[in-house]
Design a protein around this ligand. Structure first.
Ligand SMILES: *[C@@H]1O[C@H](CO)[C@@H](O)[C@H](O)[C@H]1NC(C)=O
Ligand SMILES: *[C@@H]1O[C@H](CO)[C@@H](O)[C@H](O)[C@H]1NC(C)=O
Ligand SMILES: *[C@@H]1O[C@H](CO)[C@@H](O)[C@H](O)[C@H]1NC(C)=O
Ligand SMILES: *[C@@H]1O[C@H](CO)[C@@H](O)[C@H](O)[C@H]1NC(C)=O
Ligand SMILES: *[C@@H]1O[C@H](CO)[C@@H](O)[C@H](O)[C@H]1NC(C)=O
Ligand SMILES: *[C@@H]1O[C@H](CO)[C@@H](O)[C@H](O)[C@H]1NC(C)=O
Ligand SMILES: *[C@@H]1O[C@H](CO)[C@@H](O)[C@H](O)[C@H]1NC(C)=O
Ligand SMILES: *[C@@H]1O[C@H](CO)[C@@H](O)[C@H](O)[C@H]1NC(C)=O
Length: 394
């Protein structure tokens, strides 16, 4: 007769999750001279777009794309006749689509060229109509204020457009945006005969829609007076200059960061296999899973729910680092990592006291038989156990 008095199961499970990521953008120098529009088409075809440069690190990265060219190359900045006019207050939730497009040009305006800032006329004949003028001219101006009930505030002191913008941003919200005839009438009513700056200005736009205001102009280039496209020099610290868009230059394209898969995690594991799961990435056509110097290509499947993949033939009780990359046409995302360990082969420590009712010597077979029954009672399979019995005293 066997009576379990005490038993203990000990299991070791190790799981560690570490997620990290970094951003990289790939730049590609294309040495074929094309006009700006052709270059844009080429970049959008083969890569993501003509390059957008938003800081000095990116200038360096662009210059590093080639070492054997010292001329000019197109970048993604150009005058865009459709979208060149922009509001100083760029917050997109402030406008509906129609409101952003609202214009009230006077006859014969906009003049274009170097006239890149917009005034609202205050004289009787053209009152409330708009015209474009040089940004360096000084005018009274109208700020937008969301304080109190007053939406618009006229500032009498004439400033150039950039100083007026600074003043409004410091003391109110921004230079006035005009979204409708109603708002235009309110501002027209404030002018008292003066022409005033409002928040509309012309600026070159980035091919990929970036609203970055970072500029790296060569001296005398910033207020060029014709519709132009922009080149970077591959000498001279990469300074920018405007050129006629129909000229042919080499150019620089970029490939956007491919997003990493989100929610990369372990969902199941045992002693020999680990099942991983991650969210689909709409712009990826494949995933690459790296571990232990191995690479597995996983084709992106379509449909609902997360992607899963089971890695088999692993070693029990071992910690693995998995890195998952999204891929699109051979370009990889920066990758996300997790660490996950296979289960250890479980260790069960069973201690029992047995009371022997008669002085019959138990054989090893009897002992094994009783022990197997015992572990069976606790839901374990005796077949996989190696049972070792050590008696303390007779
Ligand atoms: C406006 O005036 C400031 C000096 O007050 C000057 O630094 C700035 O360049 C001017 N802006 C324009 C567009 O002329
Ligand atoms: C808003 O109202 C407060 C007090 O009522 C006043 O001091 C302040 O100048 C007003 N601000 C504007 C922008 O009109
Ligand atoms: C214009 O100003 C006058 C007097 O200040 C006011 O009565 C009128 O309602 C204003 N009109 C608009 C459109 O704000
Ligand atoms: C624009 O360029 C012209 C000549 O190139 C120069 O005289 C003028 O001062 C410039 N204006 C600004 C605002 O830089
Ligand atoms: C650009 O060059 C073309 C061809 O030489 C010419 O027809 C066009 O007027 C130029 N455009 C500008 C804005 O100078
Ligand atoms: C660029 O070249 C294409 C084809 O050669 C032409 O159709 C297009 O008008 C050119 N663009 C400019 C801005 O010159
Ligand atoms: C581990 O799990 C995998 C898949 O979930 C399964 O195919 C395999 O038989 C399991 N191995 C063991 C030892 O339980
Ligand atoms: C994964 O795919 C890439 C390109 O499709 C190929 O070069 C590479 O050999 C593949 N790797 C594996 C492990 O199949």
């Amino acid at each position: 007769m066997v009576k379990p008095m005490d038993y203990r199961l000990v299991m070791f499970v190790l799981t560690g999750l570490v997620i990290s990521g970094a951003h990289t953008r790939d730049y590609h120098f294309v040495s074929i001279p094309l006009n700006w529009t052709e270059a844009q088409i080429f970049c959008r075809d083969i890569y993501t777009d003509l390059v957008t440069i938003e800081n000095t690190e990116e200038i360096t990265a662009v210059l590093d794309t080639t070492s054997d060219y010292t001329g000019q190359a197109w970048i993604g900045l150009s005058d865009d006749l459709e979208n060149g006019w922009r509001w100083s207050l760029s917050n997109s939730i402030f406008y509906s689509q129609d409101e952003r497009q609202f214009k009230n040009w006077d006859y014969g305006y906009p003049l274009g060229g170097p006239n890149r800032c917009v005034e609202l006329f205050g004289d009787v004949i053209a009152q409330g109509k708009w015209g474009d003028a040089g940004c360096d001219s000084k005018r009274p101006f109208v700020c937008y204020s969301d304080l109190n009930d007053t939406s618009f505030v006229k500032i009498e002191q004439p400033l150039n457009w950039t100083d007026a913008q600074k003043y409004c941003r410091k003391n109110y919200v921004d230079l006035a945006s005009v979204r409708s005839n109603a708002e235009n009438a309110i501002i027209a009513n404030l002018t008292s005969g003066d022409s005033v700056w409002i928040g509309l200005f012309w600026d070159k736009v980035w091919s990929d829609g970036s609203t970055s205001l970072f500029r790296h102009w060569a001296e005398g280039e910033s207020n060029s007076s014709v519709e132009e496209c922009v080149t970077t020099a591959f000498s001279d610290v990469g300074l920018w200059s405007g050129e006629n868009c129909s000229l042919s230059f080499p150019f620089v394209c970029y490939t956007a960061d491919l997003p990493n898969a989100e929610n990369f995690m372990l969902t199941q594991k045992n002693t020999t296999s680990i099942t991983l799961q991650w969210d689909r990435v709409s712009s990826a056509d494949a995933f690459v899973l790296q571990y232990d110097d191995m690479e597995i290509n996983i084709t992106a499947s379509y449909g609902e729910g997360p992607m899963t993949y089971t890695v088999s033939f692993l070693t029990a009780g071992t910690d693995y680092e998995f890195t998952l990359f999204s891929e699109f046409q051979g370009y990889r995302s920066s990758g996300v990592n997790i660490n996950a360990a296979t289960d250890k082969i479980p260790v069960h420590v069973v201690r029992l006291n047995m009371m022997v009712t008669s002085l019959v010597q138990l054989s090893q077979t009897d002992l094994d038989h009783h022990l197997e029954k015992l572990v069976g009672l606790h839901g374990l399979s005796p077949k996989v156990l190696s049972i070792k019995v050590k008696s303390d005293s007779p």
